[in-house]
Structures are given as C-alpha cells and as structure tokens.
Design a protein around this ligand. Structure first.
Ligand SMILES: *[C@@H]1O[C@H](CO)[C@@H](O)[C@H](O)[C@H]1NC(C)=O
Ligand SMILES: *[C@@H]1O[C@H](CO)[C@@H](O)[C@H](O)[C@H]1NC(C)=O
Ligand SMILES: *[C@@H]1O[C@H](CO)[C@@H](O)[C@H](O)[C@H]1NC(C)=O
Ligand SMILES: *[C@@H]1O[C@H](CO)[C@@H](O)[C@H](O)[C@H]1NC(C)=O
Ligand SMILES: *[C@@H]1O[C@H](CO)[C@@H](O)[C@H](O)[C@H]1NC(C)=O
Ligand SMILES: *[C@@H]1O[C@H](CO)[C@@H](O)[C@H](O)[C@H]1NC(C)=O
Ligand SMILES: *[C@@H]1O[C@H](CO)[C@@H](O)[C@H](O)[C@H]1NC(C)=O
Length: 542
C-alpha cells in the first residue's frame, strides 16, 4: 500500500544521520573515488586511469526493503564473498519510498518482516546480523553500503522503482512519469535525498536514476523533459557521483539519443545504462540458427545503445544474466553471443543477480531466483564454471591506463578464455585473458604473434593449429565467417581446400575442425567455434 508522507520528512533524515555516526563514519578513500568520464571510459578522477565496473546487482527493493540474504549470512561474509568472486562493485537497488516516505524508512527490520508475516526470517537475522534487527530500513541500507565500502567495493545506488515490490511489468504503475507510483516531483525529491545522504561516502560512485522506464505512458519527449531534471538534481546534491540514465522499454532502447543528445549543465559524469537478457529478444535463441540470431541481435543492441560508445559516452550494461543451472537453451546461446560483443566493446557491466532466493517475491516466500550466483544459505557459488566465464568480462582491454601498442587478443566467448602463446610446433593453449598474448590480424588476414614472424596455421583436421612461418599460405588466412562473424575459418591445403574452423575441444584445447552450424540449422550450437578478435592496448602478460 502506498504510504502517506509525513509533513516534515527531511528533518527525520537529518536526525537519523545525527543519531548514527557509527554508520556513516567510514569515509575511507577507495580505489578510484570519485569517478568521472573521459570520452567513452569511466576513469578515476585523480589518476585519470580507467576503472572498469564489474558489478553484481544486489536486491534491496522488494517488499521488505532489506538487502537480500541477511537472514542467512553475516553482512561482512557476503561482502567478502563478492570480493573473492572477483567483482569490484555492487548495483544496490532501492525503492523511491525508502527515500521519501519516512514511515517506511523508519520501520525497523523486525517490523518490516512482521508486517509482511515473514517472521521466519527474523530468527535468521537475529542469528546472522543481530545488530540490524532493530535498525530502521534506511539505516540498514546505509550499513550495507558502508560494509561494502569497508571491503573496497564500489556501489551504484539504483532507484529501481517507487513502491517496494518486484519490478518490472508494463502495468505495475511504476513504469513512467505520471504513473500512479511515479510522481516526477517525488522522484526528484527521492534522488536528491539519496544523493545527499551518501555525499562524502567514498565508495558510492554512481546513481542509476531510474530502472527500466516502461509502460503505456512512456515517450521520448517526456524522457528529455524529466531525465535531465533528475540528473541536475543529483549532480547539484552530490557532484561526485556518476549520473546514470536508463532508456525506454525496460531499458532496452536508447536509440533516440542517436539524433538528439542530452543537454546538461555539467560534464564528465554522464553514463548511460542498458539491459540485455535472452528474453529481450523473445524466443529467437532457441528457434533460430545461433550465428544468424547473434548477428541480428548484436546489430539490434548496437542500434539500441551500443552506438553511444561512438558518441563518446560510457555505456553500462547494468543488467544481464542467465539461469545458472545451465539448462536454459535460450540463455546459454545468448550468453555466448553477449560475451563476444561485451568483450569487443569492453563494456562496464552488472550481473543480475547476487542471490538464489528472495525473502518475498510476488507473494512467494523464499522465492527461487535461477539467475542468482550464490546459494544464500551456504554463501557458496552455485556454478563456478559459469561464474568464471562471466567474470572474464572484468578485464579491461582498452582505455586510459592501458597504454601498450594496439593489438588483438583472440577471445573465446564459450569459455571466457583467450588464446595464449605456444612454443613452436606445440598446441595453442587457452588461458586467462589478463595474461593473453598480443596478436596482429594482418591485411593478408593472417594471425601473427606480435614481435615474431609466426602465424597461426591450420595443418590437420582434429589437430591443434600450428605456429608457422609461411604466413601467406592459404592455410594461414583466417576469414571471419558466418553472420556472427565469430567463426575463424581457413582452407586446409592438404585436404583439397576444405573449409575448416578454429574450435575448442572438450579439454579446452584449440583444434581445427570442419566448420559447424554456420547458418540455418537451429538444432546445433556453434559456440565452441566462436572467437572474437578483440582490440586491446592492455600490456600483454600483466
Ligand atoms: C498477516 O497475518 C494476519 C493474520 O493471519 C492477517 O490478518 C494479515 O492480513 C497478514 N498480513 C499479510 C501482509 O499477509
Ligand atoms: C542546452 O541548454 C542550454 C542552457 O539551458 C541552452 O542554451 C541550449 O540551447 C540547449 N541546447 C540544446 C541543444 O537543447
Ligand atoms: C553450470 O553451467 C554449465 C553450463 O555452462 C552446465 O553444463 C552445468 O551443469 C552447470 N553446473 C551446475 C552445478 O549447475
Ligand atoms: C603488435 O604489432 C602491431 C603491428 O606490427 C603493432 O602496431 C603493435 O604496436 C604491436 N603491439 C604490441 C603490444 O607489441
Ligand atoms: C617444427 O617443425 C619443423 C617441421 O616439422 C621442424 O623442422 C622444426 O625443427 C620444429 N621446430 C621445433 C622448435 O620443434
Ligand atoms: C614454407 O615455405 C617454404 C618456402 O616456400 C617451403 O619450403 C616449406 O615447405 C613451407 N613449409 C610448410 C610447412 O609449408
Ligand atoms: C581430395 O580430393 C580427391 C579427389 O576428389 C580425393 O580422392 C581425396 O580423398 C581428397 N582428399 C582429402 C584429404 O579429402
């Protein structure tokens, strides 16, 4: 239910701040703070070096308005787990009412669970985070931010919706300016409060102004009317944070920015965000040929928002995710395509989502989240193979601070690994992209190991390619074949010019195989043969 506003809400906020110095005294400088933008890159404002956001979404906007998982693990354990997995950042969601409705914000955690008849979780919180039970919802939100800061994790405050609850649908009345729960003035008030509350909190590096605009009221004109107002309000309350703007249609569409830019009074802080799930494109992944679908969908993503990088704005892929059990065909095919494009574009990103359960989602207690990466009881990684692969996206390849000569890395989206150097005549191994070798893709289409005259040669079917010196031979020319452009194909000279492709076998070795699944067939999956030649100025082997 919507709650009415008390007459002088702001004073209560000030009071909370005064009463709780222990929650806000952490102003320890964090790596990278504050951040700003330099062309399409997010950079550390002091050193001007690139900071690549590798975030996980952590949900705190549902009915309880308490960060998920606190009934199962101590907060500090969860934060440390986030770090140990390899993330450097959390996109922490909140509902506007947490900032504007003091009767909500001042509820204690105990009351919030009691009001929803979720008393079973109270014992868990008492056990794992006893100190939180009688803190107010806004205090707990601050405590989560603060603990993430203690663990050197950057935070993006994400205004996920107005009224606590699951997001998002076209008719949840939270979708667009003017909806029942989307009063523009209240929204600006909420943004201003959050920006003010976290001013000087050094790990709060950005604010997502509104998640997934949508619904029958959405339109471009109002977007240009309100989004700059929100941006200006945040910036004037807290000039340190990045101001992150979402697009229309569930944040899948920023195409309108192609012809009309956003006019703001400040520079160096504007970032756009976009979401991309398998279901964004319906069921096409399962029913089409993955090369053809990947080619089409990649083009759609470039038209919807990818073009902003050429316009010199950072683009934050602030939600993507998939079923961690690996059983959803649509999801699996989508991820391989996404890994290729996101690596090529070297995007900042946030995975959806941290935990496998919600206290309460759409009336379901302890609801399952198949996209969650952690078992919340044991705080264990659900699928470490998949997580490792996704975290390959955290390596920056370009941008300020990556100052080696321009070269290529040969990225394999299916594993998240890169082709490494080999000693002459031996197999080409795959390995961690942060230690990847520098390759050049020449005008003759050969793949030459930088600093040598050796190039990748297709010798024999079923065998590893070799590094050889005859780089103008036909078996040293690699075409980027198929609609995905991710097959690297060559002609095998000792097999009557058979078209062959680089492939990765089940033991993660690079081998030469007949090209598979190039078009039409939708039953097969070409992903083991997908490679992306990614531009990099990262110093090799560092
Ligand atoms: C909680 O339980 C009480 C008693 O069974 C019921 O009257 C009330 O409507 C319930 N509240 C919610 C939010 O489900
Ligand atoms: C941007 O805003 C400034 C100041 O408000 C105004 O003078 C200018 O015309 C605007 N430009 C565009 C393209 O809207
Ligand atoms: C992890 O995901 C892979 C697909 O990437 C799948 O084959 C595997 O079964 C999953 N493992 C678990 C434990 O769910
Ligand atoms: C790799 O080789 C290319 C072409 O010879 C050169 O331009 C580039 O600077 C080299 N990069 C590195 C990292 O050595
Ligand atoms: C590589 O193979 C060639 C021809 O098979 C041979 O002449 C050469 O000695 C080998 N080089 C190494 C380092 O093994
Ligand atoms: C490489 O080219 C040289 C000179 O053309 C030739 O003698 C040699 O056999 C070639 N090696 C291979 C492995 O094709
Ligand atoms: C090459 O083609 C010839 C004639 O068609 C055939 O006899 C031979 O087996 C082929 N070789 C390979 C390796 O496919």
């Amino acid at each position: 239910m919507e709650k009415s506003l008390p007459s002088s809400p702001f004073s209560i906020f000030v009071l909370l701040l005064l009463l709780l110095p222990f929650l806000t005294h952490h102003v320890k400088p964090i790596n990278g703070f504050p951040l700003s933008t330099d062309c399409r890159w997010i950079v550390d404002d002091h050193t001007k070096q690139r900071v690549k956001l590798a975030c996980v979404n952590w949900v705190s906007h549902l009915d309880t308005v308490v960060a998920e998982g606190l009934s199962k693990q101590p907060l500090d354990m969860i934060s440390k787990q986030i770090v140990s997995m390899g993330f450097n950042c959390v996109r922490l969601t909140y509902p506007t009412f947490l900032a504007t409705d003091d009767s909500l914000a001042s509820l204690t955690v105990r009351q919030s669970f009691q009001n929803l008849n979720l008393t079973t979780f109270i014992a868990g919180i008492e056990k794992n985070n006893p100190f939180f039970l009688d803190l107010s919802l806004i205090q707990v939100y601050q405590a989560v931010v603060s603990n993430l800061g203690d663990n050197n994790i950057m935070v993006i405050l994400d205004n996920h919706l107005t009224k606590p609850g699951w997001c998002c649908s076209n008719n949840d009345d939270n979708g667009f300016f003017g909806d029942k729960y989307f009063n523009p003035d209240l929204w600006i008030q909420g943004l201003t409060r959050m920006a003010t509350l976290f001013k000087g909190v050094s790990n709060v590096v950005g604010m997502s102004l509104r998640n997934e605009l949508r619904g029958h009221k959405q339109n471009v004109g109002e977007w240009y009317n309100y989004m700059p107002k929100g941006a200006e309000a945040v910036h004037s309350a807290n000039p340190n944070v990045l101001v992150i703007l979402s697009g229309l249609s569930f944040d899948t569409d920023l195409s309108f920015l192609k012809t009309r830019q956003v006019n703001l009074s400040f520079t160096g802080k504007l970032v756009f965000e976009m979401h991309w799930y398998s279901f964004t494109d319906g069921g096409v992944w399962g029913t089409g040929n993955p090369n053809q679908v990947c080619g089409k969908v990649s083009q759609r993503v470039m038209d919807a928002g990818g073009f902003l990088l050429q316009q010199k704005y950072p683009l934050f892929l602030s939600e993507f995710g998939l079923d961690q059990r690996g059983t959803n065909l649509n999801d699996n095919r989508y991820l391989n395509c996404l890994m290729g494009l996101a690596t090529e574009l070297d995007l900042d990103w946030a995975y959806w989502t941290l935990l496998e359960n919600y206290y309460l989602r759409e009336g379901v207690i302890d609801a399952k989240e198949s996209y969650g990466i952690l078992h919340w009881k044991r705080c264990e990684i659900r699928n470490s193979t998949m997580l490792q692969k996704i975290l390959a996206l955290r390596h920056p390849f370009q941008g300020p601070g990556q100052e080696s000569g321009l070269h290529k890395v040969i990225f394999h989206p299916g594993t998240g690994l890169c082709v490494q150097k080999q000693t002459l005549n031996e197999t080409l191994p795959l390995g961690d992209c942060s230690k990847s070798e520098a390759w050049s893709y020449t005008t003759e289409k050969s793949l030459v190991l930088n600093g040598t005259s050796f190039c990748v040669q297709a010798d024999e079917l079923g065998k590893s390619p070799k590094l050889g010196v005859n780089c103008s031979d036909s078996n040293s020319k690699w075409e980027m074949t198929s609609d995905s452009t991710m097959h690297l194909s060559s002609k095998l000279s000792n097999a009557n010019g058979t078209l062959v492709c680089l492939d990765v076998d089940s033991s993660s070795r690079v081998v030469i195989n007949p090209c598979k699944c190039l078009s039409e067939d939708h039953t097969c999956d070409p992903a083991s043969q997908w490679f992306k030649l990614v531009d990099s100025t990262r110093s090799p082997s560092t």
